[in-house]
Design a protein around this ligand. Sequence first.
Ligand SMILES: Cc1ncc(COP(=O)(O)O)c(C=O)c1O
Length: 414
Amino acid sequence: MTEADCRSSVAPAGVLAAQADPSGVPFAELDPALLRAQRSSIKWTRFPEEVLPLFVAEMDFAVAPEIRAALAARIEASDIGYLDSPGPLAPAFASFARKRWGWEVPHDHVHLATDVATGVVESLRVFRPAGGRIAVPTPVYPGFFEMLEEVPFEVIEIALDTAREPRLDLAAIERVFAEGPGVDAFLLCNPHNPHGLAHRAEDLAELARLAAAHDVFVVSDEIHAPLVFEGEAFTPFAPLAAAAGALSVTTTSASKGWNLAGAKCAVIVAADARANEVLRCLPPETVTRASILGLHAGVAAFSEATAWLDRAIALIEHNEQLLSELVAEQLPGVRLTRPRAGYLAWLDFRGAGLGDDPYARILSEARVALNDGRHFGTGGAGHVRLNLACAPNTIRDAVARIATILLHPSKESR
Ligand SMILES: Cc1ncc(COP(=O)(O)O)c(C=O)c1O
C-alpha cells in the first residue's frame, strides 16, 4: 500500500467546513484564553496571559479519541506499573512504518526510551562511549544542543544549504567527514525542524554512503515524520543506512504526530543487525524509565488514530497556506520558509526592520511568544519559529499583533 492509499479521504476543505480540530472540537473552543484555563503544560504557564504562546512544539488540538480511550482503559485497569519491553508498540510502529513509508522494521529491532531526547543521548552513549566529535546540520531544533551537553561530544555545526530550497550541504558534510579529525557521529533531523524539510531521498542516500565510508555513526531523529504533508515523500534513513553499510539508529515516537510529549514513551530502532547488537547493550533502566501510559498511547496512535493524523495534517497545511497569505499581506520584509512536514514555520525577519533581536521585540511589543532563531545554531539569527497547530484565528491574531509593530517601529529601529 502506498502512503496515498493509507491516508484517509478527509480533504482540507472538509476539516475547515466543519470548523473543528481533528478530534471534532470546534475552533471556538481552542481559543487560547480557554486553553490556558484548562491546561498546565509549559505552553500555557511560561508567559503571562496577555502573551499569545506560539513557541514550544505542542498542538492546541484535542487528543485523538482513540488515544483517550486507550489511556482511560489502562487507568481503569490500574495498569500503571513498569514496562519490561516494547510489547505491542513494536508491531504497531512497524505496521505504521510499512504502510506509511514502505519501511520494513523487524519487531526485535525496536527498543524503548523515555522520549526521543533520551533516545538520542542513550544511543550516543552506547555506540560512541568515548564521545568525540558530532556533526549537526543547522539551524536546528535547539533541544539538540541541550541533549549534546549530556554526552562528551564537541559539536560541529554544518549549515544547511539555503541557496535555493533548503537541503543538506553534502559537500560540506563530506569535507567535515573526510578532513582533519573527522567526526565520530552525525545527528540527523529527518524531517528537519525548524524548516519542515523532508530530506530528499538522494541526499539521505549520499549521507549514508559518506557515513559508511568514514565510519560515522548516524542517529536519525524522525519525530516529525508522521506529519509529512500530503503529496510529499518521507524517506526513513534506516533502510538507506542498512543498504550502504552505515551504522545507524532511528529514534522517534508518537509525541509530535499525536501531541503526546508528556506521555513519555519513544522508540530507538536499529537500522540493521549490527546496530541491533549494540542496542542490546542499552542499560535495562532505559526500558523502565519509559511510561506504560505513553506506550499504550503510542500503540493507539500508530494503529488506530491514523485518520485523526490525516485530519491534523490537512489542518496544518491549511494554516500554513493562511500564514503564507497573511505574511505576504501584512508583514513586509518577512520571508517564510514553507514547511512540507511538521507544524512549525521558520520566518526570516532580517528584512523587516525589527533590528537584530526580532524575537525579543515580538515578545515585548506584540505580546506573541515565538522561538528565538539564535537558539537554533549557525544560520538562526534574525529568524523566529512559529507554531501552526492551532485554530486559524490564533494565526490571524498572531500576525495582526506582529503587523502593528512593523507599522509602528519603536525609536531604536527607525
Ligand atoms: C526534532 C525534535 N526532536 C526531539 C524533540 C523532543 O522530543 P521528546 O519530547 O520526545 O524528547 C522535539 C520536540 O519538539 C523535536 O522537534
